[in-house]
Design a protein around this ligand. Sequence first.
Ligand code: PMP
Length: 426
Amino acid sequence: LSAGELAAVRADFPLLGRTLRAGRPLVYLDSAATSQKPEVVIDAELEFYTQRNAAVHRGAHQLAEEATEAYEQARDEVATLVGAATGEIVWTSGATAGLNLLAYAMSNASAGRGGQAARALALGPGDEVVVTEAEHHANLVPWQELCARTGATLRWIGVGDDGRLQLEQLADVVGARTKVVAVSHVSNVTGAVTDVPAVVAVARSVGALVVLDACQSVPHLPVDLPSLGVDAAAFSGHKMLGPTGVGALWARRELLEAMPPVTTGGSMVEVVTMESATYAPPPQKFEAGTQMVAQAVGMGAAARYLRELGMPAVAEHEAALTRALLDVVSRVPGVRVIGPTDPADRLAVVSFVVDGVHAHDVGQVLDDQGVAVRVGHHCAQPLHRRFGVAATARASASVYTTLADVEAFGEALATVRPFFGLGGAA
Ligand code: PMP
C-alpha cells in the first residue's frame, strides 16, 4: 500500500482516530486478538438492523426475503475470499465453534450417527488424531475431547528452537491409524507460517483428513483453501475486520455431506415426525436455530473490503511490518523473540520476553505510553511451556498498522527495562 492508500485505509477505521488517557494517540498492536472494524462493516450491520431485520429462510414477506438475500450474499463474499464454493461455507460463531463442530460431528459419526456416509469419519480405540505443539487451545482441546469420547489417541509433532513446526516428525507420528491431522496455518504466537502442502502430502498418504485453523492467515494472506489441499478450515470474523460472534467453517462438499449434524433443531431439518427427522443439505444442516444474521452480513462486508484492497497488497504491506517489528525488537537489549527471526518465515505477530520483567509488567509500561499489546499465554500454553516461559508479550499488526506504530512501540519497549531499574536503555 502506498502512503496515500494506507492513510485512506486508516480513515476507514473510526476507532483508530481516538485518543487514550492523557490525550495519547492509540498505537493498536493487538490485532491478532481482535482486529478493528472499518466503517463499511459497522454500516453493514447498522443497515441490516435499520432496513432489513427479519428471520432468514422462513418468512414469506419482503423483509425476510431481503434479509435472506443479505445473509446468503455475505456467505458468497466469505467464500470468494478463500476460493471456496458458497455452499461449502457454514456460518459459526467463530473459529472455536467451527473446530468444535468438526470434532463433535466426528464423535457423532463414531457413535454410529450419520449412516453409511459418516462411517469414514468414525474413530475408535487405536485410531489417532495428530496435532502440533504450537496449536491455539481451540485447535487442541476439541481434539483431546474427541479422543476422550472415542478412545482414540492424540499424538503431536513438536516445535523447534527456531519456532517452526518440526514437520519431519510427521513421518513418525502419522500412520495407518491417523484419522485427522489438525494444524494451524499461522501460529498466533510465533507468526510462523506452516508449510501446508507438506502436511497435506503426509496426511493424504494415509487417507487422513487435514483440518486447518486459518484464523491467523485469512486476514493477512491470499488464501485459497481448496488449492491448499486441506479438507476443512475454520476462521473468525472478528480477526478479519468483521464483527464478533461470527465465523466460518469451510469443508469440502463431500465432507459436509458425510458429517452428521451437531446442533439440532429448527431450520436444519426437512421432515420431522414425532419419532425422527431428516436433515437439510449442508450448509443448512449445520445452522440450527436463528442465526447471527447481522454479524454474518458484517463479516461479508469485511471479506469484500479485504478483497477490494487485494490480499496480495495486504500481505505485502504486512510483510514490511513484520520486518520492522523484528527489527525494532532486536534493537532493544534484553528482549528475546519467540519464533522465527527470518521475516520470510512468519507474519506480523511477534511474541517476546523481556529479561527480568514479567510480561504483564511489560504490557503495563507499554500501555502507559498508549501502546496496546497482548500479554499472557495467548491460549497456547503448551507452546509457551516448550520455550520455558509462562507468558509473553505480543505485538501484532493488521492492514491498518503503520511503520510509525511500530516505531512508537519500539521506543516504548526501550523504556521497559530502565523503568524497572534494569540496564539496557536504547
Ligand atoms: N486459532 C487461532 C490461531 C487463534 O489465534 C484464535 C483466536 N485467538 C482462535 C483459534 C480462536 O478464535 P475465536 O476465539 O475467534 O474462536
